[in-house]
Write a protein that binds this ligand. Structure first.
Ligand code: NDP
Ligand code: MG
Length: 372
């Protein structure tokens, strides 16, 4: 029987990768729901191609309610969440509450609501399968080696386009320069996050929540080629790594077929021309990384605040309202708030997200008024 797949964010970069995997596996998968937010033309073309799939454009009028109702009603076997940002949170919960497994690219869901997500998934007896490439790698390494004897999880970071820039050069970078990622082709928000290393910060938080480990057990290593996606160091010192070409179709393929392993044409490495470098991340140049570690250590709603503040700051930078180095300043400021509580329910989490965004917006407004 074919697996019934719902694809959220079909018009984006993860959406595109997922559609390729589904096209290649048309004997194994049936697309039952596809969503886009603003790109009506692309969604309409997809509804022509996948005639049996329900389509929802969430960006207009009551689109959001329609999207949540469609996810709940369709009862897919597996839902791929490729929505960008905190907007992916409620769709993730709608999917698992309907009894669907969740292939999660939307790392914000885990960052904002990790403990609640895993509790709910256990209650509903559904699986959460990470699609973020590093976490997909760790997930498979743990499946192969068990988690009892793992001493450290190692996430690689490409280092982004400003790896070799001085702080002075970084002060002046434009959104256009930040959008030119050296190894991955992704949506705009995650590309800005990759340049500031906020993406790696979010991934440290994501790993802590997904694999239930403390911040001290997660190391970030800069690896400009993005071929090694993640590693685990065992208690005896052995390090196991996951390697593949940077191509998101592979982690999507793995999540959709899990626990089966099926032949694919994605991500094959050519060892004849492989050169792998590793270096230490510069925590001073990229404060979004130490700030993420701090958010994990403090716990409670700090990770949610980190994410909300960063979304506002990244959007303001993309709109040329603030400078690149203002992004960590804004997040650092927002983390001075009271984030002691716990995300017992979606409402508490959404309230904390709103509070973090409001604090970030007020900070930006105040500074821009002072500059006038
Ligand atoms: P894109 O910007 O390319 O795509 C985002 C998708 O979400 C689009 O389909 C967009 O619709 C839809 N969308 C945007 N806003 C909303 C909203 N408010 N409600 C519902 N849908 C919305 O992003 P990416 O594909 O790059 O990233 C998606 C997620 O996957 C992010 O969480 C990112 O961190 C994660 N991820 C991405 C990777 C990548 O390689 N791209 C790698 C690892 C993780 P429309 O375009 O129609 O407006
Ligand atoms: Mg990643």
């Amino acid at each position: 029987m074919k697996k019934r797949v719902a694809l959220l964010g079909a018009t984006g970069s993860i959406g595109k990768s997922t559609l390729d995997v589904i096209r290649a596996g048309c004997d194994d998968f049936e697309l039952v729901l596809i969503s886009g937010h603003t790109n009506a033309a692309s969604l309409s073309a997809l509804s022509g191609e996948f005639k049996n799939a329900k389509t929802v454009l969430s960006g207009s009028g009551d689109g959001r309610e329609k999207l949540l109702a469609a996810i709940s009603g369709i009862k897919a076997d597996i839902t791929v969440n490729g929505i960008s940002g905190a907007a992916g949170l409620e769709p993730s919960f709608a999917a698992i509450n309907s009894g669907s497994d969740l292939a999660l690219a939307n790392k914000e869901t885990v960052v904002m609501a990790g403990p609640l997500l895993f509790r709910t998934a256990a209650e509903k007896k559904v699986k959460i399968l990470p699609v973020d490439s590093e976490h997909s790698g760790v997930f498979h390494l743990i499946a192969a080696h068990g988690d009892a004897n793992i001493d450290e999880i190692i996430l690689t970071a490409s280092g982004g386009p400003f790896r070799k820039f001085t702080i002075d050069q970084m002060r002046k970078v434009t959104p256009r320069e930040a959008l030119a990622h050296p190894t991955w082709n992704m949506g705009p928000k995650i590309t800005i996050d990759s340049a500031s290393l906020a993406n790696k910060g979010l991934e440290v938080i994501e790993a802590a929540q997904l694999f239930n480990v403390s911040a001290e057990k997660i190391r970030v290593v800069v690896h400009p080629q993005s071929v090694v996606h993640s590693m685990v160091r065992m208690k005896d010192g052995a390090v196991f790594a996951q390697l593949s070409e940077p191509d998101m179709r592979l982690p999507v393929h793995e999540a959709l077929y899990w626990p089966e392993v099926k032949v694919s044409s994605w991500g094959k490495l050519d060892f004849d021309c492989l050169n792998l470098e590793f270096e230490k991340p510069d925590m001073e140049k990229f404060p979004m990384l130490p700030l993420a570690y701090e958010a994990v250590r403090r716990g409670g709603l700090n990770p949610c605040a980190y994410n909300g503040a960063n979304e506002i700051a990244a959007a303001a930078f993309l709109n040329s309202e603030i400078g690149f180095l203002d992004i960590p300043r804004i997040v650092e400021y927002v983390l001075t708030g009271d984030w002691e509580g716990h995300g017992e329910g979606i409402r508490t989490i959404l309230e904390a997200d709103k509070k973090a965004r409001d604090m970030a917006l007020a900070f930006i407004k105040k500074e821009s008024e002072e500059k006038r």
